[in-house]
Design a protein. Structure first.
Length: 141
């Protein structure tokens, strides 16, 4: 059960094995073995990291029948929209693609929309948008 749900969860969030393995800091070969059922279930720490990356729970991955099937969505609709919008500033697209930073900041869809409306020089990078977001949050408190 675990290996089937693991593979389905990865595919649902549109990650290749290589992309997922890099994010999880494991080898693609090990992930392949996990997905094919050719190795034991990983340790609890890795299991939690996998669940977080895939936007699900460890209980769901382990086959708990009481655990509802998640709506796999690693990226919010607005975040994915920013990532794939070629007209969005490059620095903002870089921020949207950095899942770890976005998760740590808990960027809302409203904030994504706000950041898209601000006309900044094209040289502003991801860190500049993080600073801008912090400033906006400080002003709006």
């Amino acid at each position: 059960m675990f290996h089937l749900r693991l593979k389905a969860a990865r595919q649902a969030v549109d990650l290749t094995q290589q992309e997922a393995a890099e994010s999880l800091q494991i080898t693609q070969g090990f992930l392949s073995k996990l997905e094919s059922g050719n190795t034991r279930v990983p340790n609890a720490e890795l299991l939690v990291r996998i669940a977080k990356l895939y936007g699900t729970t460890k209980n769901y991955l382990l086959g708990d029948p009481n655990e509802a099937e998640p709506r796999f969505s690693v990226y919010s609709v607005m975040q994915r929209s920013v990532m794939t919008d070629d007209s969005a500033p490059e620095g903002l697209r870089e921020l949207a693609a950095d899942k770890a930073v976005v998760d740590a900041l808990e960027v809302t869809d409203e904030e994504w929309r706000m950041l898209l409306t601000i006309n900044l020089p094209k040289t502003i990078n991801k860190n500049g948008y993080v600073q801008l977001l912090a400033t906006i949050r400080g002003v709006c408190k």
